[in-house]
Ligand binder design. Structure first.
Ligand SMILES: Cc1cc2nc3c(=O)[nH]c(=O)nc-3n(C[C@H](O)[C@H](O)[C@H](O)COP(=O)(O)OP(=O)(O)OC[C@H]3O[C@@H](n4cnc5c(N)ncnc54)[C@H](O)[C@@H]3O)c2cc1C
Length: 570
């Protein structure tokens, strides 16, 4: 670490530093700035200004050189990220390209990243469900990982706090397995989905079929208008950045809101190398930052540091933050930093045909699917595998058949006006069990172009995941059959972990510093002025989409941090 510029200590000193400007970092910035803290957000990627930097948001398919598809060359250059459904011509500028940011795959792991102001909040699929009490109780009841140090009641008010600001559409379904939130009006199921809902719920007393919940403004409230955001127009082009601010992103929502306080500084192109620990003060004093272009190193100082670099990069930064006191990474007294990583099992899918409904059509592009909250092992252990899975499905009408070889021209256009038959597709989102062997570490001999060690990932499925997958495919086929669907196909994509993009853990919360890294307020047990509130903090994964929980944990921790600062405890 030669050539460090730490001269301008005053100039580089803030009340709080937030590492990463994505979904969770944006929330940390908002809460801390609103409470009056001068906050520096350090972001390794380029700046992306809402609206100004969405170059494809208003383009039509024919405006793209390859009609929004990927060329063979693009796929060859990006064998990993091109597997992600949203990596297309219209949004590839918001994804990390494989060659630019290598990592070590001890086992296959498709690591999908977005390095820019806004992080992956620009490109996420915006599905949001609260955890239930059963999810927080899971590890203790079933004897895996460690007990969560919090329960549903601890986070419920923070879910409400976040949902009101973000704007979540959903229906009040009254389910204990998927608690209701502060919802805007829900999207509507189509006729075929309503039929499936009726038949599945009629056949299975333990299964509920509900409309998806997602971060879209179906009917903006005053708080959303104050953010200059408008109604979702169901364009389903969200990953390009939304001209209406119809879906939630850091860029459209939390960051501009934080900026309005006058307390926010966002510094793009700033790669955080490590957190500075002062052994005399027994606390972190700031961070070391590498300029993404000049590679110059600068130190920044603050009373508290929030690490929100997304789960695995947060692990990387902490592992790289070595000092005499912490030779194995910041806060890593028990050697568990980087371990007990988990993800979600997306391998199982089904498809089938639905007869009838030929007089029924639907318009618009709904940004959510139909959901079935987990019904496996909820109230007690019932199967030969632990935990369960959420099911998503959508029914849709295929477009008219067209026999021509060229998918273009007048005949093709004509064919598109003729609706075809109805189909249903179904997928699982399975909970995986965090294990010590599923872990990340720093490469000993390989570095990136900024001199940072490459992250080495060793994460895999296990027997529990195989059994859960098999159960989903069996249950899914049975549900569709009982609903009268035909030509039911089951599929195991065998996709590697990572492509679910729901990786969590490595810096887990817990009650005991011997078996966890973070306490119930997301503070490092061994360095309490450092807060980890992205997915790295998660003790287990649940079956829900994770980001709303990261946001709620972040808001909760940020408010606690401010209280503790006021009391002089940090
Ligand atoms: C296609 C897709 C679909 C998804 N769908 C959903 C969904 O429907 N629901 C859901 O809940 N989740 C979904 N996700 C996952 C969701 O995007 C993530 O859970 C969420 O963005 C995590 O928030 P975060 O703040 O931890 O990380 P991010 O949003 O990724 O932000 C992290 C930021 O930290 C920056 N950073 C990293 N390292 C450093 C460093 N060393 N120095 C400085 N900055 C750094 C990054 O550049 C990035 O901007 C999806 C993701 C993708 C890609």
């Amino acid at each position: 670490m030669g050539n460090i510029n730490s001269k301008g200590i005053n100039q580089n000193t803030y009340d709080a530093i937030v590492i990463g400007s994505g979904i969770s970092g944006g929330w940390a910035a908002k809460e801390l700035c609103e409470k009056g803290l001068k906050t520096l957000v350090l972001e390794r990627g380029r700046n992306v200004k809402h609206l100004v930097d969405y170059p494809t948001m208003a383009k039509d398919p024919w405006d793209f050189p390859h009609r929004n598809d990927l060329t063979l060359k693009m796929k060859e250059d990006n064998p990993i990220v091109s597997k992600c459904y949203a990596f297309r011509e219209d949004a590839m500028h918001f994804f990390v390209k494989d060659k630019e940011h290598p990592y070590v795959q001890q086992k296959p792991f498709d690591w999908i990243r977005g390095y820019q102001v806004g992080g992956k909040s620009l490109i996420w699929a915006r599905q949001t469900q609260r955890w239930s009490k059963y999810d927080f109780e899971g590890p203790a009841r079933d004897g895996f990982a460690v007990d969560w140090p919090i329960r549903y009641e601890d986070i419920a008010p923070w879910y409400s706090h976040v949902e009101k600001f973000v704007g979540i559409s959903g229906n009040k379904d009254g389910l204990d397995t998927l608690p209701d939130g502060e919802f805007l009006p829900p999207w509507e199921m189509n006729q075929a989905e309503k039929m499936l809902q009726k038949r599945i719920m009629g056949n299975y007393k333990d299964r509920n079929v509900i409309i998806g919940r997602c971060a879209h403004l179906t009917q903006p409230k005053e708080i959303h208008l104050q953010q200059n955001r408008g109604k979702c127009e169901a364009r389903n082009l969200c990953q390009r950045g939304c001209p209406f601010g119809g879906y939630f992103s850091s860029n459209s929502s939390t960051l501009p809101w934080a900026a309005k306080t006058g307390n926010l500084t966002v510094q793009p192109d700033s790669v955080v190398h490590s957190i500075i620990y002062d052994g005399k003060k027994n606390k972190a004093t700031g961070v070391r930052v590498i300029d993404a272009h000049s590679k110059k190193i600068t130190e920044y100082f603050a009373k508290i540091v929030f690490v929100n670099a997304a789960a695995l990069n947060t692990n990387l930064i902490l592992l790289n933050s070595v000092s005499t006191r912490f030779p194995n990474g910041l806060g890593n007294d028990n050697g568990l930093l980087g371990k007990y990583v988990a993800f979600q099992n997306y391998r199982g899918t089904l498809s089938a045909n639905i007869d009838g409904f030929l007089d029924s059509y639907y318009y618009g592009r709904r940004p959510c699917a139909v959901m079935m909250p987990n019904f496996r092992n909820v109230h007690k252990q019932e199967t030969d595998f632990l935990r369960g899975y959420m099911v998503f499905f959508s029914a849709y009408r295929s477009r008219g058949h067209f026999a021509g070889a060229e998918q273009m021209g007048e005949a093709f256009k004509e064919a598109q006006t003729q609706p075809g038959n109805w189909h249903v597709s179904m997928m699982m989102q399975g909970e995986t069990i965090p294990k010590e062997t599923n872990q990340v570490s720093l490469s000993k001999d390989q570095k990136d172009q900024w001199g940072m060690p490459l992250l080495s990932i060793s994460v895999d499925y296990d027997d529990n995941d195989e059994k859960s997958l098999k159960d989903f495919l069996t249950q899914g086929a049975e549900m569709l059959e009982k609903s009268g669907c035909k030509n039911i196909n089951t599929n195991d994509s065998k996709q590697a972990p990572g492509l679910d993009i729901h990786e969590v853990g490595g810096v887990r919360m817990g009650k005991d510093p011997k078996t966890s890294l973070l306490n119930k307020w997301n503070q490092l047990h061994a360095c309490p002025n450092v807060f980890i509130t992205d997915g790295a903090c998660m003790t287990s994964t649940g079956t829900q989409n994770p980001s709303i929980t990261f946001m709620a944990l972040t808001a909760r921790a940020a408010n606690y941090a401010v209280e503790e600062l006021k009391k002089g405890n940090l």
